[in-house]
Design a binder for this molecule. Structure first.
Ligand code: MN
Length: 438
């Protein structure tokens, strides 16, 4: 049973002294890496973190001198390689990607028939290993970062434990980024998820919209935030947005405006850290712009880390805005899927996020495959689908795995997957994707 495996994992951690935590660089990777660090500190250990964009043989070879290693948010598919390359190390894998069992001890929901794609992130899996309610906030932030909300199954259990312990709140409200931390005008002007046609990208138009619906943007000297509005103002604001989106032919986005939001009342109120979604974007910004250690510092509440992360977030949001502006012009309809060529324009670290956000400007009836350059000139692939497509049988992990066979690497989740291609194999890859989807 999954619970027994979690207990085994915990027992192995208890036998470690100075483990090296090796985690993935995205939000879930950084949150799970931080959660494990916090948990281990609580057990009196002296852990350290190292963050990687991907786990491959090169990385494993570089870990040869490490005696105790915990892999988080990746490693599940590398069990045999780990055995071969790190035969003398004590190793635990905490992962939630589709995988097979090996001799290395692995805590992974997929090994127990639980869907790690939507029921447990690496962070909430790590939470289950420690079972410590104080760690529930990071578990939830990681799951939100992996787009697993609204929570079901095991995530729901973690959420409920967190609520009970006073670490998390949960309510129905506007789901837009910045609802707790951003003044209303920039809240709207910088909104990329969903993209608000006619508003996103322009402070002037955002201010005009607020004027139209009759909401005051300032109270005395202070710029108001969505969280400062009273109930009636919130209602007026949301229905104005819904009307706007429908008038622009974006009814799909309108339906996604409201949903479950998760608050973190023990983190500084009025900052990104008090809302799980904003927290997750902050962490993503750190990891994806080469500063995962700042993200870990934020998760652990270290001084100074938040300020540095905020600067990275500004940069991140500008890159996303530019990316989606470019993407909505450049995305092509390839029949069975959409294709976005972001090479030379969109950074590899955010191409997947941009691909996912494009669903607010393209129809949701087929998957999107986007590409960018890695620093070494090879091609990064990111695939995104929708929950509805997955329900109808779409499996992007399988698709990318098959379509890259012999010419690259690919895998991940049903709904979001990634890969890497040798530079001159793009045409072959695209033809294969088309064939697989036919
Ligand atoms: Mn993950």
């Amino acid at each position: 049973m999954f619970e027994d495996r979690c207990k085994e994992g915990r027992e192995l951690l208890e036998r470690m002294k100075k483990p090296l935590i090796v985690n993935h660089y995205d939000c879930d990777g950084v949150c799970s890496g931080s959660l494990v660090k916090k948990g281990l500190l609580g057990l009196g250990k002296s852990p350290q973190n190292r963050t990687f964009r991907a786990l491959d043989e090169e990385v494993l070879k570089g870990l040869r001198d490490e005696r105790e290693i915990v892999f988080v948010d990746f490693g599940g598919s590398m069990g045999e390689k780990i055995e071969e390359l790190l035969p003398d190390s004590k190793v635990l894998i905490i992962d939630h990607h589709q995988v097979k069992e090996s001799k290395v001890l692995q805590v992974n929901p997929f090994l127990f028939g639980i869907d790690g794609g939507n029921e447990l992130s690496a962070s909430s899996t790590a939470y289950c290993v420690f079972g410590e309610p104080k760690l529930a906030d990071l578990a939830i932030v990681g799951s939100v970062g992996d787009m697993q909300d609204p929570f079901i199954g095991w995530n729901r259990k973690v959420l409920e434990e967190g609520i009970k312990a006073g670490e998390i709140t949960c309510e129905q409200d506007l789901r837009l980024f910045g609802r707790v931390s951003r003044p209303l005008i920039s809240f709207l002007a910088y909104c990329t998820e969903p993209y608000l046609p006619g508003i996103t990208g322009s402070e002037e138009k955002a201010a005009a919209f607020l004027g139209d619906v009759g909401i005051e943007v300032k109270k005395g000297e202070n710029w108001r935030k969505y969280g400062d509005l009273n109930k009636e103002e919130k209602r007026v604001f949301v229905s104005g947005l819904v009307r706007h989106l429908y008038s622009m032919g974006r009814g799909n986005s309108a339906r996604e405006l409201i949903g479950e939001v998760y608050g973190l009342p023990k983190r500084p109120i009025g900052t990104e850290l008090s809302d799980a979604k904003e927290f997750s974007t902050l962490i993503n910004a750190c990891g994806r712009h080469g500063k995962p250690e700042v993200g870990i510092g934020v998760c652990l509440g270290e001084e100074g880390a938040y300020k540095e992360a905020s600067a990275l977030l500004l940069r991140h949001r500008k890159a996303l805005r530019d990316g989606i502006e470019f993407g909505s012009r450049a995305v092509e309809d390839y029949g069975k899927f959409y294709f976005l060529d972001g090479r030379g324009i969109i950074e590899d670290g955010i191409i997947g996020v941009v691909a996912g956000m494009l669903y607010s400007v393209i129809s949701r009836d087929k998957p999107i495959i986007a590409i960018a350059y890695y620093e070494d000139g090879s091609v990064k692939i990111s695939g995104r689908a929708t929950a509805k497509l997955v329900k109808e049988g779409m499996n992007l992990s399988k698709l990318l795995h098959t379509a890259t066979e012999g010419i690259g690497l690919g895998g991940g989740h049903n709904i979001a997957a990634g890969g890497k291609l040798e530079p001159n194999k793009l045409n072959e890859f695209l033809v294969r994707v088309g064939t697989e989807l036919a």
